[in-house]
Design a binder for this molecule. Structure first.
Ligand code: PLP
Length: 346
């Protein structure tokens, strides 16, 4: 049905808003019994990798592109660590409008780059980091009148509220903790707004604690200062100066939550645990929350028996290089039963 149709009455949709739809949203809230047991909690992963372009970005992009068209814009532009560009390119393609994407050169996961190019976007590799690419995209948008579809576009965050609504619709309540990776800090802010809206509407009676997780090499919200040279294997959250920092801080403090940092090694270990014990393959950035929960468990700071939803923001298939660097190679054999039995008997 897509986010615009499913939550039409909660979104700023008019009779003039085009019906943009790639069947985004309604992603599965996957119970993770083995990982839950390890942590002593009731853990669900909301697998945003099931969205049409493979990340949660589609929830807000569908509305941003629809409103851009409604406002008479005829092209979109964005800066991206990868997933925003994939999503913008997909929706622009579906509407037949040009899409320009600015990416930090050499720092975008292979699958995301392949997507943007396949969807037909004009892909521009900027020799600089994401934060600089974002400044350039903003200036470019101003000069050309292209619609800027980064999360500075308010419709992005409004569309992304739908994730919180879906969780509450499925659980019949809010979780105790909402664990989420934080990069530019839009998504944590959107979820908080979404939960609050549902509370106001009487659909839930209490709010979750918002637990935001950053990579240690790109943790401006944890350490409370911009990070001029962000570095992490989790490229989707390799951001040093989050645009929505103020909203994210408010979400965490109003909800009694916290920001926490996890190392790249912890992120990669969590990615393996999620795949090998959960059956879900999510990209590195998406695994920062699980890394954080595992860390809190070790520190004795994870309350027993609570219900936790973590947002698995993007699909693991987007970044095969990082995954392959962490796992063994296939076992090669000659095409004989003897060789096969040697392996099976091991
Ligand atoms: C964009 C993105 C994030 C970060 O979301 P913000 O809204 O920028 O905090 C995390 N994980 C993935 C996979 C992303 O694509």
């Amino acid at each position: 049905m897509g986010v615009l149709r499913h939550y039409r009455e909660l979104l700023p949709i008019t009779d003039k808003t085009p019906d943009v739809n790639l069947e985004e949203g309604m992603t599965p809230l996957i119970p993770l019994p083995r990982v839950s047991k390890r942590l002593g909690i009731n853990l669900y992963g909301k697998f945003e990798g099931c969205n049409p372009s493979g990340s949660f970005k589609d929830r807000g992009m569908v509305l941003a592109v629809a409103k851009a068209l409604e406002d008479g814009k005829r092209a979109v532009i964005c800066a991206s660590t990868g997933n925003t560009s994939a999503s913008a390119a997909a929706y622009a393609a579906s509407q037949g409008i040009p899409c320009f994407v600015l990416l930090p050169a050499g720092k975008v996961a292979l699958g995301k780059l392949a997507q943007a190019l396949m969807y037909g976007a004009k892909v521009i590799a900027v020799k600089g980091n994401f934060d600089r690419a974002l400044e350039l995209a903003r200036e470019g948008a101003e000069k050309t009148g292209c619609a800027m579809v980064n999360s500075v576009n308010p419709y992005r965050l409004i569309g992304q509220r739908s994730g919180a609504w879906e969780i509450c619709d499925v659980l019949g309540k809010a979780p105790d903790w909402h664990a989420i990776p934080v990069g530019n800090a839009g998504n944590i802010s959107a979820y908080w707004a979404g939960y609050n809206e549902y509370k106001k509407l009487g659909k839930i009676d209490r709010l979750p604690r918002m637990m935001g997780f950053q990579a240690d090499g790109a943790a401006p919200l944890v350490y409370n200062k911009p990070c001029p040279n962000p570095e992490t294997v989790a490229t989707a959250i390799r951001i040093g100066n989050p645009v929505s920092a103020h909203l994210a801080r408010a979400a965490v403090s109003e909800s009694g939550g916290e920001f926490n940092a996890v190392t790249d090694a912890q992120i990669l270990e969590a990615q393996r645990v999620l795949a090998a014990e959960g059956g879900v393959f999510a990209e590195p950035a998406s695994c920062a929350p699980l890394a954080g929960l595992m860390k809190l468990k070790t520190e004795g700071r994870l309350p027993e028996g609570i219900t936790v939803t973590m947002i698995l923001t993007g699909n693991g298939l987007k970044d095969p290089d990082t995954a392959m660097s962490q796992v063994g190679k296939p076992i090669e054999i000659n095409d004989t039963l003897d060789d096969l039995m040697r392996v099976l008997g091991e």
